[in-house]
Design a binder for this molecule. Structure first.
Ligand code: GTP
Ligand code: SPV
Ligand code: MN
Length: 604
C-alpha cells in the first residue's frame, strides 16, 4: 500500500486494523472530487447507488438501505468507561475490556472481499484551534462519499497529524464479510444483535460495527462531534451540544446569534434556515445539528458548526416548510431511503409536489395512495429518510460560517415535541433556571431512533440523552459551571414548543417561518424592549408586545398557546423528580434547588 503519512501512531493503527479486519485492499482517501466521482460510479455499477436525472438533480444519487438499518440504534450504543458509574444512568455501559474482546471477534476478518478506506477528516475548519482532526476507517464506500459532504476530508489533515501526532481514531465496518465469489447486497449490514456503536471516551476512541446508516456510520457526527467531544469539552471547559446555530438580524442591522437544542427530528434544520415573516428581520444559517462552543477572550460564548454538510430529515421538507433546505439539496446531494420517481427524480411524503409513482425505499414499485393488506397507506419514503447536502449550497448560509472564531451566542433555546401542556414560549428567570429548563426538557419520540416506539414521553436533557459521552448528572453540573464562568455574559435561556395540538388534532401554532415571531420576541427581551408576565414556570410574552400581525390567531388560541397548565406541570415535575432520582449523588445540588423552587411556585 502507498501510505501518505509517516506518522507512527496513524500507520500503526491502520496496519493493526488491516491485520484484524483483513480487507482485500487498503485505500487512503484524499477528499477529491475525482475520488467522489469514481466511488459513485463504482456504486452505480454494482447497483448500490442510483444516478438521478442529471437535468433534475445534477450530480445526485439515491441509496436504499436494508429495511433493518434505517436509523440510529440507541439500544446498541455504548459508552465504555472504566467505571460503570462514569457512564451514568442515561447510557448503556459495558466494561471496555469485555466490549473490545467481543468486538475484536466481530472485526476479525470482517472486511474480507472489501476495500478498507482510510478517511482523514477534520471537524471544524481545518487547522483552527477549535477543530479536531480524526481518521475514519470504513469498509463502506457509501460512508466515504457521505463523509466528503458532511466533514472536511483532506490530505491536509494528514499533514497536521504529522506535526502534532493528534487525531481521533474512528473504526467502522458494515459487518458483512464477503466469501470468495459471494455477491454483495445493495446495503450490507449485520443483524441488530451484532450491531455495536461503541465509544471509549477515556481513550478518545470510536468503534462502530454492523450498521451503515447515519449517525451509526458517519462517525464524525454523533459519535465524535457529540459523544467524544462532550466528554473532552467537559475536561477542557467548553461545550459540545446538539444545537443548530443561526444569525437573526434586525432591520437596523443588529445581529443576534441563537443556538437551539431540539431532539432528533424536532425542527432544528427547519429553524436553522427559516424564512422570517417578521418584516425586515432575516435568518442566516451557521449550522443545523451540532454546536461547539468556547468562552472567548471577551468572556462571551463563541460557537462554531463542526460539520460541513446537512444530514437532514427528508419527509416534510418542502418549498412551503423549508425552501432553503430544498435549495440546498437541489444538486450534488445524496438521498437515502426516499422514492425514486419514474423520471429518476426524488420524492418523499409532504414534499409538496405530485408524484405519479416510482420505486419506494424498499425497492418496490410504488404509487401514491397504495395501501397494505390492512388498508394502511404505504409510505414511499422511510420516515427517517435523509438528504446529505453541502452546507455551502444553502442560500442563506452566513458568509462567515467557516470563521474559526465562531459567533457570540446571545440566546439559548430548548424545546421538544409536546402536543399538550407546554406553552409556545417562556423565558428562564436566570441562567440556572435556564439550565434546569434544558435539563428537564422532554419530548415525544420521533423516527430518528429505531428503538423508542413504545415510549410516550421521554426526558431528554438538552436534546442530548443519546449523545452525552459521560454521566448526565456531571453534564448538568458542567452546564451550571459554564454559566458561572460566563456570568452576566451568559446567553439568555428560553423554552419553546411549536407542536401544541387542539383536541381534534390540529396544530395550534402555524410554526415554520412564523416561528420568527417567537425569535423576535426573544431578541426584544435581550434588547430590553419588551416586558414579560411572570408565571410559575417563567417569563412569558405580553400579548400586545408579541407580533401577531397578519396571523390568523384568535384571542382564544393565543390564550391556549400561552396557558400555564398548573396541574400538567405538577405532573411533569413529579415525573422529573422520579427521572432525576436515577442520577443519585451526581445530581447537582442546583438541580434540586431549582426543582424545589418550581414546586413552590406551582403550589403557591
Ligand atoms: P435531526 O437531524 O434528527 O437532529 O433533526 P432536526 O431537529 O434537524 O429535525 P428537522 O428540522 O428535520 O425536523 C423535522 C420534523 O419537524 C418534521 O416532521 C417537520 O415537519 C417538523 N417541524 C419542524 N418545524 C416545525 C414547526 O414549526 N411546526 C411543526 N408543526 N412541525 C415542525
Ligand atoms: C439525529 O438523529 O439527531 C440526527 C441524524 O441528526 S443521525 O446523524 O443519524 O444521528
Ligand atoms: Mn441530530
Amino acid at each position: 500500500m502507498n501510505t501518505p503519512t509517516t506518522n507512527r501512531k496513524l500507520m500503526d493503527w491502520v496496519n493493526e486494523t488491516a491485520a484484524m479486519c483483513k480487507p482485500d485492499q487498503v485505500y487512503w482517501c484524499d477528499g477529491s472530487k475525482e475520488e467522489y466521482d469514481r466511488l459513485m460510479a463504482e456504486m452505480v455499477s454494482t447497483g448500490a447507488a442510483i444516478k438521478l436525472n442529471e437535468e433534475k438533480r445534477p450530480n445526485s444519487f439515491a441509496f436504499n438501505s436494508d429495511p433493518s438499518d434505517v436509523a440510529r440504534v440507541e439500544g446498541r450504543t455504548y459508552i465504555a468507561t472504566l467505571k460503570e458509574e462514569d457512564a451514568g444512568p442515561t447510557n448503556n455501559w459495558i466494561d471496555p475490556f469485555e466490549l473490545k474482546k467481543t468486538m475484536r471477534a466481530l472485526y476479525d476478518g470482517c472486511m474480507q472481499g472489501r476495500t478498507m478506506y482510510v478517511i482523514p477528516f477534520s471537524m471544524g475548519p481545518i487547522g483552527s484551534d477549535i477543530a479536531k482532526n480524526a481518521v475514519e476507517i470504513t469498509d463502506s464506500p457509501y460512508v466515504v462519499v457521505n463523509m466528503h459532504i458532511m466533514t472536511r476530508v483532506s490530505t491536509e489533515v494528514l499533514r497536521l497529524i504529522e506535526k502534532n501526532d493528534d487525531f481521533i481514531p474512528c473504526l467502522h465496518s458494515v459487518g458483512k464479510p464477503l466469501a470468495e465469489g459471494e455477491q454483495d447486497s445493495r446495503w450490507p449490514c449485520a443483524p441488530l444483535e451484532d450491531k455495536y456503536i461503541a465509544h471509549f471516551p477515556e481513550e478518545r476512541l470510536i468503534w462502530s460495527y454492523g450498521s451503515g446508516y447515519g449517525g451509526n456510520a458517519l462517525l464524525g457526527k454523533k459519535c465524535l462531534a457529540l459523544r467524544i467531544a462532550s466528554s473532552i469539552a467537559r475536561q477542557e471547559g467548553w461545550m459540545a451540544e446538539h444545537m443548530l446555530i443561526l444569525r437573526f438580524t434586525s432591520p437596523e442591522g443588529k445581529r443576534y446569534h441563537i443556538a437551539a437544542a431540539f431532539p432528533s427530528a424536532c425542527g432544528k434544520t427547519n429553524l436553522a434556515m427559516l424564512q422570517s415573516t417578521v418584516p425586515g428581520w432575516k435568518v442566516e444559517t451557521i449550522g443545523d445539528d451540532i454546536a461547539w462552543m468556547k468562552p472567548g477572550a471577551d468572556g462571551r460564548l463563541y460557537a462554531i458548526n463542526p460539520e460541513y454538510g446537512f444530514f437532514g430529515v427528508a419527509p416534510g421538507t418542502s418549498d412551503a416548510s423549508n425552501p432553503m433546505a430544498m435549495a440546498s439539496l437541489k444538486a450534488n446531494s445524496i438521498y437515502t431511503n426516499v422514492v425514486v420517481t419514474e423520471d429518476r427524480d426524488v420524492w418523499w411524503e409532504d414534499m409538496g409536489v405530485e408524484c405519479s409513482g416510482g420505486t419506494d425505499w424498499k425497492n418496490n414499485p410504488w404509487k401514491p395512495g397504495m395501501t397494505d393488506e390492512n388498508g394502511n397507506p404505504i409510505k414511499g419514503a422511510h420516515p427517517n429518510s435523509r438528504f446529505t447536502a453541502p452546507a455551502s449550497q444553502c442560500p442563506v448560509i452566513c458568509d462567515d460560517w467557516e470563521n474559526p472564531a465562531g459567533v457570540p451566542i446571545d440566546i439559548f433555546v430548548f424545546g421538544g415535541k409536546r402536543t399538550a401542556t407546554v406553552p409556545l414560549v417562556h423565558e428562564a428567570f436566570d441562567f440556572n433556571h435556564g439550565v434546569f429548563m434544558g435539563a428537564t426538557a422532554a419530548s415525544e419520540p420521533t423516527a430518528a431512533a429505531l428503538d423508542l416506539h413504545d415510549v410516550k414521553l421521554r426526558f431528554d436533557p438538552f436534546a442530548m440523552t443519546p449523545f452525552i459521552g459521560y454521566h448526565a448528572g456531571d453534564y448538568m453540573q458542567h452546564w451550571f459551571e459554564m454559566g458561572e464562568q460566563l456570568g452576566d455574559k451568559a446567553p439568555r435561556c428560553f423554552y419553546v414548543n411549536w407542536f401544541r395540538k387542539t383536541d381534534d388534532g390540529k396544530w395550534l401554532w402555524p410554526g415554520f417561518g412564523e416561528n420568527s415571531r417567537v425569535l423576535k420576541w426573544m431578541c426584544d427581551r435581550v434588547a430590553g424592549k419588551v416586558g414579560a408576565n411572570e408565571t410559575p414556570i417563567g417569563l412569558m410574552p405580553k400579548k400586545d408586545e408579541f407580533c401577531l400581525d397578519g396571523l390568523d390567531i384568535t384571542a382564544q388560541t393565543w390564550d391556549e398557546l400561552m396557558k400555564v397548565n398548573i396541574e400538567g406541570y405538577q405532573e411533569t415535575v413529579a415525573d422529573a423528580e422520579k427521572y432525576l432520582a436515577k442520577f443519585g449523588e451526581r445530581l447537582p445540588a442546583r438541580m434540586i434547588e431549582q426543582l424545589q423552587a418550581l414546586k413552590n411556585r406551582l403550589n403557591s
